[in-house]
Design a protein around this ligand. Structure first.
Ligand code: C2E
Ligand code: MG
Ligand code: MG
Ligand code: MG
Length: 288
C-alpha cells in the first residue's frame, strides 16, 4: 500500500516536473519571439546626487509585456535568459537601446546598464560595447555598467581583464547589490570598480534594524577608503534619505526620487540645466 502510494506520489511529482519544464520551454520560446519582434522595452529610474538631490542619471531596467500573460518581472525572465543563453541577445538589445536613448539627453546625465555574468563569458564584450558607443554617439564616460559579485566568482582573471579593457574606454563600472554576494574585501580591492551600490535590503532596514545602520556606515567608509563612489539603492523614505545624506552617501536611487518608468514620463528632466534641482518632494528636504 505504502509502495503504491509512493509510486502515485512519484507520478504526480514527475508530471509536475514535466509541466514546469514545459512551462519554461514555452516562456523561453516566447522570449525569443519577443526579442525577434522588438517587443521588449526599457524603463528608467532616476539616480540623484546624495547631497543636493540633483538628477545625475538613470538606470535602465528591461521590461517584457507578454502578449497573453502581461508584465513578466525581470526576476523571472532574466535568469531564464541567463540559463538559455538568450541573455547575450537580450543584453545587446538593452545596451544599444539604453545608449541610443541616453545620447539624446543633456550631456551631464549618465545611463546605467545591467550586465549579466554570461555576458562576461564572451571575450568580445568590450568590442561590443565600443561598437554600440560608436553607433549611438554616446560618450563613454556617460555609460555605467552594473555587474554583480557573481561576475567575479566565475573566472576572476578573465573578468578583471574585461573590466580593465572597458575602463580603458572611459566606461564606468559599478558593483551592483553590494553586500548580498560573496565579494571579499580582497576582491573589491583587486577589481577596478568605480562604484558600489548598497543593496536595497540594507537600506530598507534603516530605522528598523540598528544593524543596518552599522553595515551601511561600514560600506560608506569602505567606499571612501577604496576611493569608490557609493550609491544607495531602494531609498523610499525621507528618513532613509536623511540618514544617508548625513553619512555622506554619494548617490541615491529609489522610489522616493522616482520609480522605473518609460523615459517619456521623465521628459521634463532630460534637458538640464533648467531642471537641475532637487527632484525629491520638497517637504522631505525641509524636514531635516
Ligand atoms: P537591480 O539592478 O538591482 O535593479 C534595481 C531593482 O530594484 C529594480 O527592480 C527596481 O525597480 C527596484 N527598485 C528600485 N528602487 C526601489 C525602491 O525604492 N523600492 C523597491 N521595493 N524596489 C526598488 P526590477 O526592475 O524588477 O529589476 C530586478 C533585477 O533584474 C535588477 O536588479 C537586475 O538585476 C535585473 N535586471 C533588470 N533589467 C536588467 C537588464 O537589462 N539586464 C540584466 N542583465 N539584468 C536586468
Ligand atoms: Mg542594477
Ligand atoms: Mg541593484
Ligand atoms: Mg538589486
Amino acid at each position: 500500500r505504502a509502495k503504491a502510494e509512493g509510486r502515485g506520489t512519484y507520478r504526480v511529482f514527475a508530471s509536475d516536473m514535466d509541466e514546469e519544464a514545459e512551462e519554461r520551454r514555452v516562456l523561453e520560446s516566447d522570449l525569443r519571439q519577443a526579442l525577434a519582434d522588438d517587443a521588449l522595452s526599457l524603463h528608467y529610474q532616476p539616480q540623484v546626487d546624495g547631497a543636493s538631490g540633483v538628477l545625475v542619471g538613470f538606470e535602465a531596467l528591461v521590461r517584457w509585456t507578454h502578449p497573453t500573460r502581461g508584465q513578466i518581472p525581470p526576476s523571472v525572465f532574466v535568469p531564464l535568459a541567463e540559463e538559455t543563453g538568450l541573455i547575450i541577445a537580450l543584453g545587446d538589445w538593452v545596451l544599444r537601446a539604453a545608449c541610443r536613448e541616453a545620447a539624446t539627453w543633456a550631456p551631464s546625465l549618465k545611463v546605467a546598464v545591467n550586465l549579466s555574468p554570461r555576458q562576461f563569458q564572451k571575450p568580445d564584450l568590450p568590442e561590443t560595447v565600443l561598437a554600440v558607443l560608436a553607433q549611438t554617439g554616446l560618450s563613454p564616460d556617460r555609460l555605467e555598467l552594473e555587474v554583480t559579485e557573481s561576475v567575479i566568482i566565475n573566472d576572476m582573471a578573465r573578468a578583471i581583464s574585461i573590466l580593465r579593457r572597458l575602463k580603458g574606454f572611459g566606461v564606468r563600472i559599478s558593483m551592483d547589490d553590494f553586500g548580498t554576494g560573496y565579494a571579499s574585501l580582497a576582491t573589491l580591492q583587486a577589481f577596478p570598480f568605480d562604484k558600489m551600490k548598497i543593496d536595497r535590503s540594507f537600506v530598507a532596514q534603516l530605522g528598523v534594524d540598528p544593524q543596518a545602520a552599522v553595515i551601511v556606515r561600514a560600506v560608506l567608509s569602505l567606499g571612501r577608503s577604496l576611493r569608490m563612489g557609493v550609491v544607495a539603492e531602494g531609498v523610499e523614505t525621507a528618513a532613509q534619505r536623511r540618514f544617508l545624506a548625513d553619512e555622506a552617501c554619494g548617490e541615491m536611487q529609489g522610489y522616493l526620487f522616482g520609480k522605473p518608468r518609460p523615459i517619456g514620463d521623465y521628459a521634463a528632466m532630460l534637458c538640464l540645466p533648467e531642471h537641475a534641482e532637487d527632484i525629491a518632494p520638497r517637504p522631505a528636504r525641509l524636514a531635516r
